[in-house]
Design a protein around this ligand. Sequence first.
Ligand code: HEC
Length: 135
Amino acid sequence: MLADARASGSLLSLLQEFAMKFSAACIFAICAAGIALSPFTRAQDDKPKMTIKEAMKLHKDKINDKFIKGTATDEEKKKLQEAYEAMGKNKPPKGDEKDWKAKTDALVKAIKDNDKDAYAKAVNCMACHSAHKPK
Ligand code: HEC
């Protein structure tokens, strides 16, 4: 009786040990898979969510004016930020890439900081179009 209990007890601990090792192995496998896959997921993250023309739709819809007036909703601000982040990930159709990055980064930063003055300067249509918009 006593021996039985001890035997089943050790069987249980054996099982527990096995389960722990097994789950540790699972976690390890999941991590390894995650690490192995991360170059792909990262590449996906780096892909722009929209084209520059799609981002410009927000300007056509005058969401930029709303931001400057302070009437843009949180959702519109989020859209603007996403659009400028996507623009930064796109190659400019024309002009210097460093300058393009600086312009799009300034836009993202102004939105993140909720800084209307910085945004009004950064969203200068003509300054950016003359440098980067093809005819
Ligand atoms: C940081 C740079 C930048 C700023 C700021 C900017 N644009 Fe643009 N915009 C571009 C580029 C680049 C294109 C050309 C995209 C293409 O041809 O792929 C463009 C194209 C456009 C187009 C044509 C889109 C189409 O479908 O062909 C419109 C309209 C437009 N912009 C409006 C505006 C307005 C209005 C503002 C100011 C409130 C503005 N943009 C500010 C970079 C900018």
